[in-house]
Design a binder for this molecule. Structure first.
Ligand code: UD1
Ligand code: UDP
Length: 357
């Protein structure tokens, strides 16, 4: 069996690493090739994930880089097509919801190559999010859909996608976290920034709805306010860095730093007093780790994280950031919940078993 995995962004690497490893273990004769689209390219957004997750170096680099949605999508399609024609794989695997995902799925399906979509069925029901369009299109045209939560299965059913295409396998992003638990738990990466475990607010913000609007500066003002009672550590995504550059006043206890390596970021999450984010993956990781998460968005495609009580949807309303210290002070420190079903570190093995069968 010849399998081509197409990856392009930071969260893609985290989701795909366990699957590539599980297929290698379960189907040693399978011929796997990794295509890196180059959507993310800074060392701290790309290479470090391959190293820390033990993913083999990509077989092909498409080097599409940054651009508008149409440019990025078109470049992936143009550069991937000849490669798929030449290799003629039995399956193309695409993760998540980024531009590289939909571009690769469209390219493969038009060559009549079967496509498997990892992390299928998530819906925010907000079509102003580019990711929502990418998810809907990718799910409609993929042949095999790997799903990580029961709501995702229901979303696919509501869109009339035949049940036999969808497989509830669990969450490979949590597989990566579980696999590296022994390595990140002892790190205490917060100490590198002079912070004590359990005391700080960890922040990531990168969604266009927030960072490409004046709301970003309202968020920084609110973080300055929070930092008077709770230090704030903000590893800044390159999209956000470009917008902030020299334009924001920062208090002494608001630390803006480079994006963290994956192991370091997991350590920062696990030791955080709370996390403020608009990331998809971070809502899931904090749920698994039992760390209070505040999501600065109007909606989430991951409602299971809200139902379990670890994640609070603040709305796209930076003023509400100021409420965070009070909310965490009022929380029951003993409160805990089990992770969602099948978020157990074995999702990739289930997929490899299905593929082998
Ligand atoms: C993309 C995904 C988003 C995902 C996020 C994960 C789409 C539409 N968006 O958003 O769903 O949550 O990745 O992090 O696919 N840049 C760099 N260096 C890099 C990468 C990007 O400087 O290595 C800068 C460039 O200025 C670029 C900007 O970041 O224009 C945005 O990058 P892009 O890949 O277009 O979107 P993200 O915001 O990263
Ligand atoms: N992450 C990281 N360093 C950082 C921020 C995030 O390693 O500085 C990891 C995080 O642990 C998670 C993934 O990147 O596994 C989430 O990626 P991101 O938030 O960029 O994308 P999203 O999940 O929103 O698509």
């Amino acid at each position: 069996m010849r399998i081509v995995h197409v990856l392009g962004t930071r969260p893609n690497f985290v989701k795909m690493a366990p699957l590539i490893a599980a297929i290698t273990r379960r189907m040693p004769d399978a011929d796997q090739a990794i295509v890196h689209t180059g959507q993310h390219y800074d060392r701290l957004m790309s290479e470090i994930f391959f190293e820390q997750l033990g993913v083999p170096a990509p077989d092909y680099m498409l080097e599409v880089g940054s651009g508008t949605h149409a440019q990025q999508t078109a470049r992936v399609m143009e550069r991937l097509e000849p490669l798929l024609v030449e290799n003629r794989p039995d399956l193309v695997v695409v993760p998540g919801d980024v531009n590289s995902t939909v571009a690769a799925a469209l390219t493969a399906v038009k060559l009549e190559i079967p496509v498997a979509h990892l992390e299928s069925g998530l819906r925010s029901y907000d079509r102003t999010m580019p990711e929502e369009i990418n998810r809907i299109v990718t799910d409609q045209i993929s042949d095999i859909l790997y799903v990580h939560s029961e709501e995702a299965l229901r979303n696919l059913e509501l869109e009339g996608i035949p049940a036999e295409r969808a497989h509830f396998v669990g969450n490979t992003m949590i597989d990566s976290l579980v696999a590296l638990q022994d390595r990140f738990q002892p790190l205490q990466s917060c100490r590198e920034f002079g912070l004590e475990p359990g005391t700080y607010l960890l922040v990531t913000l990168h969604r266009p709805a927030l960072v490409d609007s004046p709301l970003l500066f309202e968020a920084v003002a609110a973080l300055n306010q929070v930092s008077e009672v709770m230090p704030v550590l903000f590893p800044v995504h390159p999209r956000t860095r470009a917008r902030l550059a020299g334009n924001a006043e920062l208090s002494e206890n608001l630390h803006l730093v480079d994006p963290a390596g994956y192991l370091e970021f997991l350590s920062l999450e696990a030791d955080a007093g709370a996390v403020l984010t608009d990331s998809g993956g971070i809502q899931e990781e904090t749920t698994y780790l039992g760390i209070p998460c505040f999501t600065l968005r109007d909606n989430t495609e991951r409602p299971v994280t809200i139902e379990l009580g670890t994640n609070i949807l603040l709305g796209l309303d930076p003023a509400r950031i100021a409420e965070i210290p009070g909310i965490i002070a009022g929380r029951d420190p003993e409160a805990s919940s089990d992770p969602p079903p099948l978020w157990d570190g074995r999702a990739a093995d289930r997929i490899a078993d299905l593929l082998a069968d």
